[in-house]
Write a protein that binds this ligand. Structure first.
Ligand code: SF4
Length: 442
């Protein structure tokens, strides 16, 4: 009886606003939740509007992410004290009770429960009592498909979830569960669906995508070879891949592919071997350097980004200096700098010394400056080159903006609306901005 009611479309149109924090996976999953709710008859409104329901897809990567998640929940409750707030995401999985105690929260759904959001709402409407439904993370085995399309030019396709690694500072395995993936065949179907919506670029997303195949015995290399054949998708990017899982065959494949872009993001986390050991990362600086050299030798124009964490437990001044010098010596295209934040239930809490907040901030500022310098150096190298740009947005001053194959942001004046088209431009670097000039025959 209840099931029949759950599956019916609602009679009165109810509105829902979504708010997403954290990584691209969360954004992809929010879009999937929104599609499910729209299919069930809900009308999506802005999160800043007054709505009947609010869904907060939370993040817990740092304490500040937890705080922002709480702020979003409180903001929604202030906007409409009668609204029902549903909280999903990593923070919901890790701290359901803490979230359920916030005023206005009706449902807290864990990793396993969140994609049944419509059924859970119907159950709530019948019983009227606040519910936490969060399964123990080691019971989570299923994979939920998700993709998001930004500006209708680029989609983030979730190809893998969870992680079997146990980096000492990280709670992601506790929030997302073990590494798992669907079949390549089913992901090809997802890519075809994205293509049918007119999207030209897909970013392959996951928690540890190089580990693809734990559920199916397939490999990440098999996956990219299959996806490369999907018609209509002209560009793929690999969001982030652990250095020890970025194999030579993957690099060789990207080097010869017309659709896999010369763009890598490889998390280093620290450029000091002593700290890498404390972090329980699965490589050392020597291995990492060789990996970067291999990418450069095979794909000289590749954009290479990396993550570096500052202020982690055990990162003395000397170790930070070593890390900084190592990062500088690599001369990559960009560094995504993270500041370490203590997370409950992690082994890193036992490591000494702790780094003072002020020192963490100073290290972050120093590394951001280095990243900016390297980013600009990378841009300057391509001044005067001709490269393809996928146009994504239009600025108020008339410039159309997009990215080159090797991830240079370009703004260009085009006498027609080139949204979602790949145009070839001559790059011109000026005062930190890359402009693109159309060759005269276009
Ligand atoms: S590889 Fe390490 S840092 Fe990345 S999700 Fe897994 S445990 Fe966390």
């Amino acid at each position: 009886m209840g099931f029949v009611y759950i599956c019916q479309k609602i009679d009165v149109v109810k509105t829902v606003g979504f708010y997403t924090l954290g990584c691209k996976m969360n954004y992809a999953e929010t879009e999937t939740l929104s599609r499910k709710m729209k299919d069930a008859g809900f009308q999506q409104v802005k999160f800043t509007d007054e709505a009947d329901y609010y869904v907060v897809n939370s993040c817990s990567v740092t304490e500040s992410a937890n705080k922002k998640s709480r702020q979003a929940i409180r903001g929604a409750h202030r906007r409409n004290p009668n609204a029902l707030i549903i909280v999903v995401g990593c923070y919901a999985q890790l701290k359901p009770k803490e979230i359920a105690d916030i005023d206005g929260v009706a449902l807290v759904l864990g990793v396993k429960e969140k994609f049944n959001i419509v059924d859970r709402i119907r159950e709530y409407e019948m019983c009227g009592c606040a519910v936490q439904q969060v399964s123990a993370i080691d019971e989570v085995n299923d994979f939920s498909y998700a993709y998001s399309c930004s500006e209708r030019t680029r989609a983030f396709l979730k190809v893998q979830d969870g992680c079997n690694y146990r980096c000492s500072y990280c709670t992601i395995p506790l929030a997302r569960g073990k590494s798992r993936n669907p079949s390549i065949q089913s992901l090809v179907k997802q890519a075809e669906e994205i293509s049918s919506r007119g999207v030209k670029e897909i970013v392959l997303s996951g928690i540890n995508i190089g580990d693809f195949g734990q559920s199916t015995g397939e490999t990440f290399f098999d996956l990219i070879r299959a996806l490369a054949k999907v018609s209509g998708i002209e560009r793929y990017r690999i969001s982030s891949i652990e250095p020890n899982l970025l194999t030579s065959e993957v690099i060789d494949f990207v080097a010869q592919s017309n659709v896999f872009m010369p763009h890598f993001h490889i998390p280093l986390q620290c450029g000091c071997d002593e700290v890498l050991r404390l972090m329980r990362r699965r490589y050392n600086t020597d291995f990492f350097r060789k990996k970067i050299e291999e990418v450069r030798a095979k794909i000289p124009d590749a954009f290479i980004g990396m993550d570096v964490m500052v202020g982690s437990m055990g990162e003395t001044d000397e170790y930070f200096r070593k890390s900084y010098d190592f990062v500088k010596s690599l001369g990559v295209s960009f560094v995504h700098v993270f500041t370490y934040s203590e997370r409950e239930q992690t082994d890193a809490l036992k490591i000494k010394p702790h780094v003072q907040e002020s020192v963490r901030t100073a290290r972050s500022v120093e590394l951001h400056a280095l990243s900016e310098q390297m980013h600009q150096e990378f841009y300057k190298k391509f001044d005067g080159q001709i490269r393809p740009v996928l146009i994504e947005t239009r600025m108020r001053d008339g410039y159309q903006v997009g990215f080159t194959d090797n991830y240079i942001r370009v703004q260009t004046k085009i006498p027609y609306n080139a949204h979602n088209q790949i145009v070839t431009v001559k790059l011109q670097y000026k005062n930190g901005i890359m402009y693109g000039e159309l060759p005269t025959e276009q």
